[in-house]
Design a protein around this ligand. Sequence first.
Ligand SMILES: NC(=O)c1ccc[n+]([C@@H]2O[C@H](COP(=O)([O-])OP(=O)(O)OC[C@H]3O[C@@H](n4cnc5c(N)ncnc54)[C@H](O)[C@@H]3O)[C@@H](O)[C@H]2O)c1
Length: 316
Amino acid sequence: MAPIKTAIIGVGNCASSLVQGVAYYRESNTAQGLIHDRIGGYGAGDVEWVLGIDVDQRKVGKDIAEAIFAAPNNTAVFMPKVAPTGVKVIMGRVLDGVAEHMTGMGDKGFVVAAAPEADKARIVGALRSSGAEVLLNFLPVGSEEATEFYMECALEAGVAVVNCMPVFIASRPEWEKRFRAKRIPIVGDDVKAQLGATIVHRVLSSLFGARGVNVERTYQLNTGGNTDFMNMLDRQRLGSKKESKTEAVQAMLAQRLADENIHVGPSDYVPWQKDNTPAAAVQRRYRGADGRGIYRRRRAGGGIAAEPSRSGPWMR
Ligand SMILES: NC(=O)c1ccc[n+]([C@@H]2O[C@H](COP(=O)([O-])OP(=O)(O)OC[C@H]3O[C@@H](n4cnc5c(N)ncnc54)[C@H](O)[C@@H]3O)[C@@H](O)[C@H]2O)c1
């Protein structure tokens, strides 16, 4: 099967893991670690990188296979030698992709390249000449204008989109309509880590419902030491991420919670955690559907009381 020609916007940590993963599965001839061995006949190694777009000085102009290891990326390196793709990362259009505070963080933040910024014609031309069939959007949270700019380019170039981040495009009827009219597939918005806080929170939420327990309140606190979490220190950029994560949990609850009883979202930047984002504290208070506790504790008087759960698992 011919590989899927794929372009990436934002050659950050997610892109690094993905490019390394594709290289790994191409070499290793195993399906271990994958949720699906094949999708529509394609395996994980059946991807060809044909275009990379970024705005960071340490990435623009480098082969994708080299750019994925450039600072400020700090994700795990499990394939230190990814074969060169022969494709150099081109300069994109900055717009709101780079938050102001991100350029004052030294090496750990973003450093905007001096190269001239691309206009729409340049990106559309690059998409067309690369032969890209699918475009992955890995821009930082809060990049509303930049995402919309690249979506316009995808529409014009006729390239399918996987919107891996939480600027709502695939789920917004006006955008969906435009992609549908051109018969261009789009999926999104936002992806989920394979076994991270959100999926654990979702599974616990549905487990409570399945066992007849009403959740009264729930919260999930995430921290990390990568540019994703550094970027989200600007709370104004966080709206869509919080909504995306909160709705992912609300959807699994037997009964929707009032806004004040659910808190799900990125909480802080902890540099030494790098790209591990290890902490997901999930805590609930719960009661049975009839108002009595499922977990029973004898009181001195012999009554039954609902008991708060313990702090939940710490996840990698
Ligand atoms: N890590 C996860 O498990 C996970 C899960 C779901 C969603 N996401 C989302 O995926 C996105 C990417 O995450 P990441 O960890 O790779 O972030 P990252 O900060 O490592 O990468 C973002 C990249 O985008 C580049 N960039 C910024 N503005 C740009 C522009 N205008 N044009 C082109 N490139 C630009 C940056 O230079 C950087 O290389 C984020 O929105 C994140 O929330 C990540």
